[in-house]
Structures are given as C-alpha cells and as structure tokens.
Design a protein around this ligand. Structure first.
Ligand SMILES: [Zn+2]
Length: 287
C-alpha cells in the first residue's frame, strides 16, 4: 500500500493512532455546524474532521463543499473535510470532483466480492486526486439523518474477511460492523449490542496501522468509547448526540431572537457539546 502522507485525513488519523487518542468525525448539515466544529477544535487545540452527507452535495452543492474545505483548512488546528456514507456510485463520481479530503464509500448493499471490486475502483480513482477512502465491511443496521434507512439485515464483519478486504481494496480506513447500529440503540443500550471480542479480533487481523472508524454512537457511555479506542477505533463519528442541545436552543429561542443572534449563539451551544467529546476522545490539547 502506498501511504498517502500528504492527505489531511490520513495525517490526522495516523497522528491519533500513534498518540493513543481518537478524533471525532462530526456530521454537520449547515454553516453553524461547520463553524461549531472549527471553533471547538481551535478552543481545545484538537484536530477534527467535519463530515457532510451526499445530501449536502445536492442541496447546497459542490460550492458549499468548497466553502467548508476553505474554512476548515484555514483553521489554526488540523481540520479535514470528509463525505460520510456515499451510497450511490454516481455520488462517488461527483464526490471525487469535490473538495473532500476523504470519502466514505458505503458499498454495504453489495455482496462481498462486488463490494471489493467497487471499493477498489474508487480507491484507485481517489488516490490520483489525493483523497483517502473509508469503507465499510459488513452492514450496520439503522438509519440517521442524512442516510436512508435501508431494509437490509445487519451483517457482522468477520475478522479474517476484514483483513482480506483491506488488502484487496486498498481502503485507508475501515468501518467494521460488530453489533454497532446507527442509533438510537434499543433497550440495554450499545452495551447490549456490541461484540467487543469481535472488534478486538478485527483490529488484530487488519493490523494496527489501519485506523478503524466507529459508526453508531448515539448514545454511548464514555466507558464504551474508551473500550472501542483500546480496540483500534481512531475516528469516532458523531451526529445527533452533539447536535441535540443546539436543536433545543433553536427551538427555545427562534421566536424571540434575531436570526443573527440565533446563529451566533447557536454555534456556541453546538460547539460546547463538541468540545466535551474532544475531551472524551483525548484529542483536546493534541493539535
Ligand atoms: Zn455511519
């Protein structure tokens, strides 16, 4: 594998892996979300990854991706821009022309061999553009805002298949399925669903140099976050759990405040939640 040393997401995740901490991949939908991640990262001296969904490429357009990359790359700390859950091959084509540092190619609707062929072809094209790729092996259940709820059964990642998948596709980061679901979790919480032994085996089989990515974090106890970090999780996706307070703030204040105040103060509330997670991940103070 040729290591993409000058790719921003790669640099952030390799530094985290070597430093023994994790970095949040924060899914955002609007300018307030983008600014909240950057503010939190700068305040905490933490690296960060801003994540958009394909929805943003269509609703706000590639110019918005360019804006996000411009402000992220101008931050005082390393901030990368990532596309989460790119399900449609035509969206992958479009994403490769946008200003992303990395893309998650979700081929989980394909059978394994088809998934390998598909991801490998995207990795080859992405490498030419200095974009790194995250891929999922197995399939996670559930949906979240930005990804469609697919009526497909969960398939857990087999550790030996994961090693072969990484080797054959050349994917830079791997999102395994070990009982994690796109939340919210049912009774008993994530503790009742996760198979930490399986995650540990996957980490051993694919090798320590391959950063693992955690999906399905709504909600998680801090203890479970740390248990996953001890088993190879270096990028930890965050969506609803750091966004709910912001929603509440907007709901409580939208009738009484001007839009300028609503947005400025909204960013503060949003970034406060993100800062807390940067402390949990141990990324605070590392940039
Ligand atoms: Zn996900």
């Amino acid at each position: 594998m040729v290591y993409p040393e000058d790719n921003r997401t790669w640099q952030i995740l390799q530094a985290a892996r070597k430093g023994g901490y994790a970095v949040g991949g924060f899914c955002v939908y609007n300018v307030e979300g983008v600014l909240a991640v950057i503010k939190a990262a700068e305040r905490c001296r933490s690296p960060a990854i801003i994540q958009l969904f394909p929805w943003s490429m269509h609703f706000q357009g590639p110019a918005f991706v360019k804006y996000v990359a411009d402000v992220a790359h101008a931050a005082k700390v390393p901030v990368a821009v990532h596309l989460d859950h790119c399900l449609q091959p035509t969206d992958a084509d479009l994403a490769l022309t946008c200003a992303f540092d990395s893309i998650m190619v979700d081929g989980s609707m394909f059978e394994e061999e088809e998934n390998i062929r598909y991801v490998k072809s995207i990795v080859e094209r992405a490498t030419e553009r200095n974009i790194t790729i995250e891929a999922e092996l197995g399939r996670m259940e559930g949906g979240e805002d930005g990804i469609p709820f697919l009526e497909l059964e969960q398939v857990l990642t087999k550790p030996q298949d994961a090693a072969r998948f990484v080797r054959e596709t050349g994917t830079h980061f791997l999102a395994p399925s070990f009982g994690n679901v796109h939340g919210p979790y049912g009774p008993g919480g994530a503790e009742a669903y996760w198979q930490l032994d399986r995650l540990e085996s996957i980490h051993k089989e694919v090798g320590v140099e391959v950063p693992l990515v955690l999906h399905g974090t709504h909600p998680l106890s801090d203890e479970l976050v740390h248990a996953s970090m001890q088993r190879g999780m270096v990028k930890i996706n965050q969506n609803r759990n750091v966004r709910l307070e912001y929603h509440k703030y907007v709901e409580d204040n939208c009738a009484s405040k001007e839009l300028t105040a609503l947005q400025t103060e909204g960013v503060e509330v949003y970034s406060h939640e993100i800062e807390r997670m940067m402390g949990v991940f141990g990324s605070a103070g590392k940039a």
